[in-house]
Design a protein around this ligand. Structure first.
Ligand code: ADP
Length: 403
């Protein structure tokens, strides 16, 4: 049995890598003996975890399987960080850390049974977030089109209407909700659950509030998916009328994880009216349609530019392509937001523009009104596209994977 602390030196790192790579035996203990600043260390200075199994992959990478019994999200992230630091070894091409119950590890690599397959080949196994009535995904396909700006204004606009609102920034690699709401520090942990920070009536969880904002995140796909899932379920959201999910760009792991696990009431697509963004918006719409999630409509962001000196309106990205896009997809534009210095300044200052007195703020208010109307309509008609299906989570081991 070996103890490893969270303060590696070269000797320990090499010794540990060698030991793990060659012995591939169960019984290693990861332990923290030092209290550093930051969420995980303070909270988890007494964390202990058992390494169940180590495998070497075909490409020379290591798979380290850790017993997840009794570990919460913060502890898992902490253990993963300790292991990755110690396994930072030049001879290793990669390290993947898997958390799973000891029993499922010993049972061998049996694939978990699934409820049914979607057209994307993923297991649909929906699970409500307790206390949350509606969940809306804001997606874009392309990055940099203003999705986070729209998400934060939508969340703040819904809160302004008196609704109980949460915002989850799912962008692991470039979170921005904390900046757009002027938040600092890290999330507190209470009874093993993350406590959202609250600003302008919105409860906010962001990867940017989990760790040092300037360190790069180097998680791999499956790890991201699991972390996203845990960020939904291991959070003290309380009662929410609406939870807004600010998705990262694309149609990859994160989007599929959410589609697989979370009963979405609907989605909003954000795009600029430019071909290069519309191509990706097409993909995002197709993904939601295929997965049976209603698309409430498209927000055309940076639709035009109004010159603050002469008032001339310029269609920087053109408009024809956007019109054909709407016709092609038989989808409606639910807001058209110009490029505005006010919007940019408001985001940078931590108070979404929708909360200020401004003509553009009205456009953003109308957007949140349109979305809340769609949600009320669903409640009246009883239509909830992806009503939670039978949850297998209690009787099916899916392998508690964090990386
Ligand atoms: P995404 O989430 O799609 O990557 P962001 O919301 O982070 O995009 O926006 C990218 C940048 O563009 C930010 O600096 C933001 O302040 C700015 N921005 C977004 N929408 C507008 C707008 N309508 N007018 C002016 N600036 C905008």
């Amino acid at each position: 049995m070996h103890n490893f602390t969270d303060t590696p030196d070269h000797t320990t790192s090499d010794a540990f890598a060698n030991l793990v790579a060659t012995s591939a035996r169960a019984g290693l203990i990861v332990a923290s003996q030092h209290e550093e600043s930051g969420l995980f260390d303070k909270e988890h200075k007494d964390t202990r975890a058992r390494v169940l199994e180590v495998r070497t992959g075909a490409s020379g990478g290591l798979q380290v399987h850790v017993d997840s019994s009794g570990l919460n999200l913060g502890q898992k992230l902490f253990i993963e960080r300790v292991l990755l630091r110690h396994l930072d070894h030049e001879n290793l091409t990669g390290v993947s850390i898997y958390f799973r119950k000891a029993s499922s590890a010993t049972a061998g690599a049996q694939p978990a049974p699934v409820a049914r397959k979607t057209p994307y080949g993923i297991a649909v196994n929906k699970k409500n977030i307790p206390g949350t009535k509606n969940i809306i995904a804001v997606a874009s396909g392309k990055g940099g089109v203003g999705k986070s700006t729209i998400s934060s204004n939508l969340a703040a606009g819904l809160a302004k209407q008196g609704l109980k609102v949460g915002l989850m920034d799912c962008d692991v690699y470039g979170p921005s909700a904390q900046l757009m709401f002027g938040l600092t520090g890290t999330l507190d942990v209470r009874n093993g659950k993350l406590v959202p920070q609250e600003r302008h009536g919105v409860k906010i969880v962001s990867f940017g509030l989990l760790s040092d904002a300037k360190s790069p995140v180097i998680w791999r796909g499956p790890m991201v998916s699991k972390a996203i899932e845990q960020l939904c379920y291991d959070v003290l959201w309380g009662d929410l009328d609406v939870l807004v999910l600010d998705l990262p760009p694309g149609t990859g792991d994160v989007q599929l994880t959410l589609a697989e696990r979370i009963p979405l009431s609907g989605s909003v697509i954000v795009t600029t009216p430019q071909d290069v963004a519309l191509i990706d918006a097409h993909k995002a719409i197709s993904m939601f349609e295929t997965l049976g999630v209603p698309v409430f409509g498209v927000v055309q962001n940076m639709a035009s530019h109004s010159c603050s000196a002469c008032g001339h309106i310029d269609d920087i990205f053109g408009g024809d392509a956007f019109e054909s896009f709407l016709n092609d997809r038989k989808i409606s534009c639910i807001a058209s937001i110009p490029i505005s210095r006010d919007i940019r300044l408001a985001s940078d200052s931590g108070t979404p523009l929708v909360l200020q007195e401004n003509s553009f703020a009205e456009l953003l208010s109308e957007l949140s009104k349109t979305v809340s109307d769609r949600l009320s309509q669903q409640e009246i008609t009883g239509h909830h596209s992806e009503a939670p299906r039978q949850s297998l989570s209690d009787n099916v081991s899916t392998g508690d994977l964090v990386t």
